[in-house]
Design a protein around this ligand. Structure first.
Ligand code: CTP
Ligand code: CA
Length: 228
């Protein structure tokens, strides 16, 4: 089976995938996180592997296990994810499915914070994390042929995602509505809107596995079309 799979349309291609949430420490025992399970990024890495790609999978602390047959780098914070992405490049394509924390706690404590008895509350100060997708999209040399971002939105999905694509400089944005009522964040299905230079495509709601297979096939076509 392995030999058959490695003969797929992505044979010889290196594809980087980020996945999962990041955790930003407050002190050694506390952190800021988000609700990403890593399910869509993991399914995508599997689908790319099944088309024969060599996959570098860079994952935050996800609740689903990373795929077999890919190179896994586990990270915790956004800055660790950035360093792991830089180390994994160059790549033919880079897919940023991770839900990266936008802010880290600038005044994180090196020892566990304790109540001091006076009722004074701690104050967290935030700093903005590096935008890994924008950084890779705008690389002056060695940019992957195809750079794909995800956009998790709770409202005005199409407008926000179209603006995001332009602002970041990526080739595609895979957008989805993560309002709690959709059950998408943490669930097993997805309903994505794909935005590329040609315009906007709404995909039916389907399993994250099927979404991943369709995206992987599309990525294979794009890489074939761009390099042949
Ligand atoms: N992303 C990233 N690094 C960050 C933040 C986001 O690489 N520091 C990537 C995500 O992996 C995703 C895309 O950027 O592919 C969009 O993430 P999203 O949170 O939707 O966009 P933001 O630019 O952070 O905008 P918002 O203010 O809506 O959160
Ligand atoms: Ca964000």
């Amino acid at each position: 089976i392995k030999a058959a799979l490695s003969d797929g349309p992505l044979k010889g291609r290196h594809i980087l995938v980020t996945s999962g949430p990041t955790h930003e420490p407050i002190d050694p025992v506390r952190y800021i996180a988000n609700r990403s399970s890593g399910a869509q990024g993991t399914a995508l890495a599997e689908a790319l592997r099944d088309l024969g790609a060599r996959v570098s999978f860079i994952t935050g602390p996800a609740s689903v296990a990373p795929p077999e047959g890919v190179t896994v780098t586990r990270v915790e914070t956004a800055r660790e994810m950035q360093a792991a992405v830089e180390a994994a490049l160059p790549a033919d394509a880079a897919i940023f499915a991770a839900a990266v924390a936008d802010w880290r706690v600038e005044n994180a404590a090196s020892k566990k914070m304790k109540k001091d008895g006076s009722g004074t509350m701690p104050t967290l100060e935030f700093a903005q994390n590096p935008d890994i997708l924008a950084q890779v999209s705008q690389m002056p040399t060695g940019r992957p042929t195809l750079v794909v971002g995800f956009a998790a939105e709770t409202h005005d999905v199409e407008r926000h995602a179209t603006e995001k694509r332009a602002r970041k400089g990526c080739d595609w944005i895979v957008a989805n509505d993560v309002s709690p009522a959709t059950g998408i964040m943490g669930g097993s299905e997805n309903a994505v809107t794909l935005i590329d230079a040609q315009g906007v495509e709404h995909w039916q709601r389907m399993s994250k596995t099927d979404t991943a297979r369709r995206l992987a096939a599309r990525i294979a076509t794009a890489l074939g079309a761009k390099t042949n």
